[in-house]
Design a protein around this ligand. Structure first.
Ligand code: G6P
Length: 514
């Protein structure tokens, strides 16, 4: 899903990290962490005079923000991010870095980088999404797209590279400003060239780059012109350690270095040798902060949402919570549900599929068109299957964290069927707080399948019949099995929590640099 609960206050974060990982805290105490990401962790919601709502600072969307907020709020980290719109530019005026506190008490220092709106558009809406995002989730319909023409070449140069250079410059300014050794945590596919650009100027700085999304096979990368795909890998190799979500991503990256760039790779040691340096490649499955997430799920705002849901939910509730992203496979989810209704008419009136969707990247044509097809397919199924007062699908397009968490608490089946996904935190958050021993139906291509697959019902995301059967099995599974499966998933999420994600990365960094 989009916005998520991180620590409720800076204190929560510190306590949590220090209680579990004194080692991690010691390492962080001696260095200046600098987090680099496309998005700031906080979003300014403007006051709405018509609704009478005041201005609010709330946490930003996506799993990346959730994860790094834990680190940022527990340390004196500076978060370097892009000013993406007028609201971000307004926040940038509050200081350099701006010290920002959300309405739930989390304080983070944010240094905003302000590219021109044209450069930002080329970087975000032409290169990062869709080009790289589509490559990394295997979303291109290759017989037709992408068409790599002058628009792409220019967007790479004047958008992506331009923005990465501005970001690297801003990071270098922060490195100069501190008297502690800096450790730079670069995040995701929007910033691939940043590590290399920092390394050129300051070879002494320690850099970790974490890629939150899948890394496809070497062959699929050859969709991109050589100069672009090689710049991406060389940029990443500026880091000391490159982190991925799963072991499959690590293998694909090592093979990409070897096959596409002819670099020397040690597969057993998961190391790439480039420009006289050894770069470690590791997988660290990202997670949530279970304690604060559970606390959040018990807040009055969530309980109020649950009461509202109870007024309309039938006996069985199938839930999905996603950004309206093509990779999430929302349409096939509806088709599978339709197939289940067809095969089990006895469920008529007793089941509802609630798709709670957060609007995403609506400046991009493909995303707008996709949201259109999501709505059309849901409407068609509702037209064909509605009986009496019962409608089989409920679609809500809204960015409302409390309502999403309320849904997590009351689902019977949670459908997480992405085409490909880096991790998918919905698969971890939902079972963690669910109160009905609900069942997780999980795509074999979600990163979280590596950890949770054994206790979920696994589906091939393209197979409508298999997904239909999985939904039915989830609804009809016996209580003992459901309880046992959910308990196992919770154990994994509690053990492999966000603190572990951070501390494993820091331990590796310490081992590498001594
Ligand atoms: C995914 C990506 C993140 C991104 C998030 C939200 O989780 O891995 O890098 O921030 O989606 O996407 P957006 O484009 O809205 O920042």
């Amino acid at each position: 899903m989009g916005r998520r609960a991180g620590p409720r206050s800076a204190c929560d974060g510190v306590e949590h990290l220090s209680a579990i990982e004194p080692y991690t805290r010691r390492i962080l105490g001696g260095v200046q962490p600098i987090i680099v990401a496309n998005r700031a962790p906080l979003v300014l919601h403007q006051a709405d005079p018509y609704r009478g709502t005041p201005e609010r600072l709330v946490k930003g969307a996506g799993g990346l923000v959730t994860a790094m907020t834990s680190l940022a709020s527990a340390t004196d980290a500076v978060w370097v991010a892009l000013a993406r719109d007028a609201s971000d530019r307004q926040l940038a005026e509050r200081g350099d870095p701006a010290e920002l506190t959300t309405d739930d008490g989390t304080t983070i220092k944010v240094a905003f980088v302000e590219p021109t709106s044209e450069a930002y558009d080329l970087y975000y809406n032409v290169i990062a999404n869709p080009l790289l995002w589509f490559i990394q989730h295997y979303l291109w319909d290759l017989a037709r797209e992408p068409v790599v023409d002058e628009t792409i070449h220019r967007a790479w140069r004047d958008g992506y590279m331009n923005v990465n250079q501005l970001v690297a410059k801003r990071v270098l300014a922060e490195v100069e400003r501190t008297d502690k050794p800096a450790v730079v945590f670069v995040q995701d596919y929007q910033m691939y060239c940043v590590p290399g650009l920092i390394r050129e100027q300051r070879p002494d700085v320690r850099i970790q780059h974490f890629v939150h999304i899948p890394w496809p096979t070497p062959q699929y990368w050859t969709v991109l012109p050589r100069h672009i795909r090689d710049a991406i890998v060389h940029g990443l190799l500026g880091a000391d350690i490159i982190g991925f979500q799963t072991s499959r991503d690590v293998r694909n990256f090592l093979m990409t270095c070897e096959q596409n760039l002819g670099l020397t790779v040690d597969h057993r040691e998961r190391t790439v040798f480039a420009e006289g340096r050894a770069v470690w490649v590791r997988n660290y499955p990202i997670s949530v902060d279970p304690k604060t997430f559970i606390q959040h799920s018990e807040q009055p705002a969530v309980l109020a949402e649950i009461e509202r849901i109870e007024q309309w939910r039938p006996k069985h509730l199938i839930l999905r919570v996603d950004r309206t992203d093509l990779s999430k496979n929302i349409v096939r989810g509806f088709l599978a549900y339709e197939r289940m209704l067809e095969a089990h008419p006895e469920l008529t009136g007793d089941v509802l599929f609630w798709a709670f969707l957060q609007p995403s990247r609506q400046d991009i044509d493909d995303y707008r068109a996709y949201l259109g097809s999501v709505l059309r397919v849901a409407a068609r199924i509702n037209r064909e299957y509605s009986r009496g007062g019962w409608t089989p699908i409920r679609v809500e397009i809204e960015d409302n964290m409390e309502r999403a968490i309320a849904g997590y608490r009351v689902f019977d089946v949670l459908l997480v069927n992405p085409i490909y996904d880096g991790m998918n935190l919905v698969a971890k958050e939902g079972p963690l707080v669910n109160q009905r021993d609900g069942v997780l139906v999980l795509s074999e291509n979600a990163g979280s399948h590596e950890e949770l697959g054994e206790w979920a019902i696994t589906v091939n995301p393209f197979d409508i019949d298999e997904t239909a059967e999985a939904l039915y099995l989830g609804l009809t599974m016996d209580d003992g099995q459901k309880k046992a499966r959910q308990a196992k998933i919770r154990d994994v999420v509690r053990t492999n929590d966000i603190t572990r994600w951070i501390s494993l990365q820091l331990q590796d960094l310490r081992e590498l640099i001594g």
